[in-house]
Ligand binder design. Structure first.
Ligand code: FE2
Ligand code: FE2
Length: 285
């Protein structure tokens, strides 16, 4: 049986797109309402604003991820990778929709998330105008590395962090982290097969890391202004402790990206993924 026939047959058997190639597309479709407290993460203002700001970047950010992969989609010849790319696009599109729903709820509370969305939209426009398709895909691969590390941290290394979120947020971030893990190698494989320039990838990683930190920090600080918690020193100590430890504990995995032969699945966390799928989605792998 050819690979294409095998995928077709497996796809018919499974209800979900992408299941046969390890990237099942799921719709979460939660509603986000006033039951979500303002300080939904560990009852800590800065941690909550940091990830609220991050959520605001995601619909546009993931749109750019999809856009950059689509620039190469027609050139992919490997049938498995083709199917994985379709599922990657499906997963990221659902992430955008889910974060949009959350962001709309938080906007109604007066958080300036529209300002963050516009900023990312402008950045996307600039990248699409001035960067080559190769550079844009490299940017996506780097963004995916950061999200894969954060996902592994939340699901595997420090699972108590998800449990410290309000229930709807815990479920949403867990679902997102599970799917980021499932598709962590997809954009990388497209880049590897169709571009392959590791020097460009490493240079881009430094830029993406810089922008990721600057943007998310400035967004969180802007959101902090209306929390009335700017002078809560105990809150700051706790928040910086959690984020600082995350940085320290992810450093080695982050640096692996700069190795010549790096591939995302060298960080083999399939056991973490299987446990999280069971715990949060009731799925047996
Ligand atoms: Fe995503
Ligand atoms: Fe992703």
């Amino acid at each position: 049986m050819t690979a294409v026939a095998a995928i077709d047959q497996a796809s018919k058997k499974s209800a979900r797109k992408g299941e046969a190639v390890g990237v099942p597309v799921r719709r979460l479709g939660q509603t986000y309402d006033d039951a979500i407290p303002d300080f939904w993460f560990r009852n800590n203002a800065f941690l909550s604003m940091f990830f609220t700001g991050f959520s605001a970047t995601l619909p546009e950010g993931e749109d750019q991820f999809i856009y950059s992969v689509r620039l190469f989609q027609k050139k992919i010849t490997n049938p498995v990778l083709k199917a994985q790319v379709r599922a990657f696009i499906g997963q990221e599109a659902h992430h955008s929709k889910e974060h949009d729903a959350l962001n709309e709820t938080l906007k109604k509370r007066g958080y300036p998330l529209g300002w963050i969305e516009n900023r990312i939209r402008k950045l996307n426009r600039l990248m699409r105008k001035h960067q080559s398709p190769q550079k844009q895909l490299a940017g996506t691969v780097c963004g995916e590395h950061i999200t894969a590390l954060m996902s592994d941290y939340m699901l595997g290394k420090r699972p108590e962090l998800l449990e410290q979120m309000a229930p709807a947020m815990e479920k949403m971030w867990a679902w997102h982290a599970i799917e980021e893990t499932e598709h962590k190698g997809v954009a990388f494989d497209v880049y590897d097969q169709l571009v392959g320039d590791r020097n460009l990838l490493r240079r881009t990683m430094m830029e993406v890391t810089f922008f990721f930190l600057i943007l998310n920090t400035t967004h969180a600080l802007a959101l902090m202004r209306q929390t009335g918690q700017m002078k809560n020193w105990r809150m700051w100590r706790e928040a910086l402790g959690v984020l600082g430890r995350m940085g320290r504990e992810l450093r080695a995995d982050y640096m692996d990206f700069y190795r010549k032969d790096y591939h995302p699945w060298q960080h083999d966390n399939r056991d973490v993924l299987a446990a999280a799928r069971k715990k949060y989605l009731g799925e047996d792998s």
